[in-house]
Ligand binder design. Structure first.
Ligand SMILES: [Zn+2]
Ligand SMILES: [Zn+2]
Ligand SMILES: [Zn+2]
Ligand SMILES: [Zn+2]
Length: 754
């Protein structure tokens, strides 16, 4: 689990030769007009280049050309500046400056554009440095740009106000005095059986914002590496992972990364994130890159949490840590006395204070306030007794490996980059000798993570660019610790919905919650995704408790039937089949029966065929063939699966996608509506899954100019998505734009489009 094979290409340090390789690969992609692919390859080139070399400036300049083709003008401008900063060769400047002018014109920055155009003109007349043929092209480009500037130089429209006010409800209405980052509609309680919990202090409406918390620590998941399709074992890896697309600090999606100067792994969205990450933790992590990748994301998170702890009141934290340690069964290699000396040395309040005035709830400070800080992280339960000895051994081994490496890298990294404003600077040298304390802290975090790690997810669009309707899937982007979100207990049928923007988690009520009811959140095993037995098993093995939520109580009572989205139906009369190894038709007048094994193998065969058709769709070429395949699958499914079976929904969804690709919006909408019915039965009409499906349907109606249907669907989608995401959400803004576009249309449309 911890010993993954290191993937090539993520080398610590820079590798000469790699920049050229990636630049050439990028140029190939550029010629194939795969500008996104080219962008990623140039980024890899940048990652492997040393600062202030031709290599790095050429990679940035080439990437700016790809970004230009992608219409990312702001980012293109940033890359041009970066190329110049690293000393872009004078002889190549012309082309890049023209690109810069073109960007500025498109963005409406006319004054800057005019300045560059006149600079370029004088440059030509001064020196005849360019060949005659090139000179002509440049001249005509300049003329075209000047014309554009003149055309654009009229009063510009004002930016629609609606778009800029999207974030107004992103803040909590009233912050809770007892719990930071939470709304005043909840309170923190403890209960001997369930531990800590959040309870509603008043009636809460669906969509109300309950918690909005920035991760205390988060680490980007390197992500699954897609299989090589070139079949060649080359020295450098050209495959794209999440690590190439999302900022390693703020998790923002970007196609134009700025890598760390010291390693080829860490990449960021901006220079600001490079600097912040360096100050907070990367200065210590930079030389450990390869080891951290091998040890895995939990180990990385544990290390980063302790590195971030340095930014808080170090004395206070160390004292608590020592107190923690002496209370727990984790023992320090040295004597207990020394720990006390340490805590004594660190000064602060007297010992009796912390013993007599125990805070009322664990993780709170002396005043009973619970904050999203390292103290709260430290109090998350490690469940030391529940983990298997093998797991504990592996965790200890990983932490020991890290500590050795830290020691070898020179311990000053742990301490030198602290904010110098820290008043307790005198404490630091003592800490430096106490690496074992931080080792113990790391081990504690490793053990905590199994139950407390929160997956930071995002919706990723997949599918070919030619397809207008893309498929969205939820991907795990990073692993983080959120002390306040961690206060929520689990239910397989929760009353809240969690979403993420950057590293900020937002918890909203997904249904009405009465005063006095507990605020519940799902740790993963949701009743719409797993049967009751599977959920119970998962929660017991990972989180060490037996779930007794309402969904589980109900589920146990009618466990025999199984969920409708997994049910088989009788091929004669269409009734649901029931039973274990042999299934019988549910209708009293029908005697049909079938063995489960046979039905399951038919299902697997069908799944395989659907998968094949979906692959054709993703390629975007053989759409007709995919429709043929899917229609066959649909007929087959009808003969033995319930109408609400999830595979039936998948087939309908794929058909909708295929017809949309062909521009047959009418058929596409009909199929998508069938898929929607399956989603509704499985996830509920107000679920976030339903919101995404309604959004898709609205797009289809919109493209087909089915105005009343589109407006109706937009309204439904808005209602659902608003509850889960609040106003700032991208999809909601898109829906707004579609709506205003439809309402602006002339009253009599020319009839349905193709
Ligand atoms: Zn960033
Ligand atoms: Zn680095
Ligand atoms: Zn449950
Ligand atoms: Zn039957």
């Amino acid at each position: 689990m911890f010993l993954k094979k290191l993937s090539r290409g993520y080398l610590v340090g820079k590798d000469p030769g790699a920049p050229l390789f990636y630049r050439e690969e990028g140029n190939k992609k550029f010629q194939e007009k795969d500008y996104m692919g080219a962008t990623v390859l140039y980024t890899k080139g940048v990652s492997h280049s040393r600062p202030n070399t031709d290599d790095i400036s050429l990679c940035y300049a080439n990437r700016s050309a790809a970004l230009f083709r992608l219409g990312q003008y702001e980012t293109c401008l940033k890359d041009i500046t970066r190329a110049q900063m690293h000393g872009y060769p004078e002889r190549l400047q012309l082309k890049m400056m023209l690109r810069k002018a073109e960007c500025l014109v498109t963005l409406g920055k006319l004054q800057e554009a005019s300045q560059i155009i006149s600079d370029l003109e004088s440059h030509f007349t001064d020196r005849q440095t360019v060949a005659a043929s090139q000179f002509q092209i440049l001249q005509s480009t300049l003329c075209r740009l000047k014309r554009k500037v003149q055309e654009k130089d009229n009063p510009t429209e004002t930016f629609p106000a609606a778009l800029t006010t999207g974030f107004e409800d992103m803040n909590l209405r009233e912050e809770n005095e007892q719990i930071s980052c939470a709304s005043s509609s909840v309170t923190l309680c403890t209960n001997p059986l369930k531990g800590r919990s959040l309870i509603a202090t008043k009636d809460i409406l669906p969509g109300e914002l309950l918690v909005r918390e920035e991760a205390f620590v988060s680490v980007l998941n390197p992500g699954e590496t897609p299989p090589r399709h070139d079949g060649l074992e080359s020295k450098w890896d050209t495959r794209v992972t999440n690590g190439d697309l999302y900022c390693h600090r703020c998790l923002k999606h970007t196609v134009a990364m700025v890598p760390c100067d010291g390693c080829s792994y860490a990449k960021y969205c901006s220079q600001e994130c490079v600097q912040q990450a360096w100050d907070l933790y990367h200065s210590a992590e930079c030389s450990l890159g390869g080891l951290l990748l091998t040890l895995g994301v939990f180990c990385h998170t544990a290390l980063r949490a302790t590195l971030l702890a340095r930014c808080e009141d170090v004395g206070n934290v160390t004292r608590k840590l020592c107190g923690e340690i002496s209370n727990r069964d984790i023992c320090l290699p040295k004597s207990k006395n020394q720990v006390q000396t340490v805590s004594h040395d660190l000064g602060g309040e007297s010992e009796k204070n912390s013993k007599t005035d125990e805070p009322p709830v664990s993780g709170c400070d002396i005043n009973g306030k619970y904050e999203s800080n390292y103290n709260a992280v430290l109090h998350l339960l490690p469940h030391t007794r529940n983990h298997s000895p093998e797991h504990k051994f592996l965790c200890a081994l990983s932490v020991a490996a890290l500590c050795r490496q830290l020691e070898a890298a020179g311990l000053q990294t742990l301490t030198t980059n602290l904010k110098s404003s820290q008043p307790k600077a005198a404490v630091v040298p003592a800490m430096c000798q106490e690496l074992h304390i931080w080792g113990v802290a790391m081990l504690r975090h490793m053990l905590q993570l199994q139950c407390n790690a929160q997956a930071i997810t995002t919706i990723q669009q997949t599918g070919s660019k030619e397809n207008i309707v893309t498929d969205s899937t939820q991907v795990r982007l990073a692993t983080g610790l959120f002390p306040v979100v961690s206060l929520l207990n689990h239910s397989c049928s929760p009353n809240t919905s969690v979403s993420f923007v950057s590293t900020v988690a937002t918890v909203r009520a997904s249904q009405q919650i009465g005063k006095g009811q507990e605020i519940l959140h799902c740790y993963g095993p949701h009743e719409s995704r797993m049967g009751v037995a599977e959920r119970q098993q998962k929660l017991r093995s990972q989180y060490f408790f037996d779930c007794d939520c309402l969904a589980c109580q109900n589920g146990k009572r009618r466990a025999a039937a199984g969920p409708r989205w997994e049910a088989f139906c009788c091929h004669r009369c269409g009734e649901l089949m029931q039973g274990d190894d042999v299934l019988n038709c549910g209708s009293a007048s029908c005697t049909e029966s079938a063995s489960r094994d046979r039905l399951v193998s038919r299902l697997q065969d069908l799944q395989q065929r659907v998968g094949k058709a979906q692959k054709l769709l993703r390629n975007g070429k053989l759409t007709e063939r995919a429709i043929q395949l899917l229609s066959g699958c649909q007929r087959d499914a009808e003969s033995f699966l319930s109408a609400e079976h999830s595979l039936v929904g998948e087939i309908e969804d794929a058909l909708a996608q295929a017809y949309a690709a062909l521009g047959d919006w009418h058929k596409s909408a009909a199929h998508l509506q069938k898929s929607l019915r399956v989603v509704e039965v499985r996830h509920g009409p107000a679920s976030v899954e339903m919101g995404h499906e309604l959004f898709k349907l609205a797009q289809i109606f919109f493209n087909g100019f089915a105005i009343p249907e589109a407006l109706n669907t937009i309204q439904k989608a808005e209602k659902v998505l608003l509850v889960h995401y609040g106003r700032g959400n991208d999809e909601l803004q898109e829906l707004q734009k579609m709506k205003s576009c439809l309402l602006d249309l002339p009253p009599v449309p020319e009839g349905p489009a193709v």
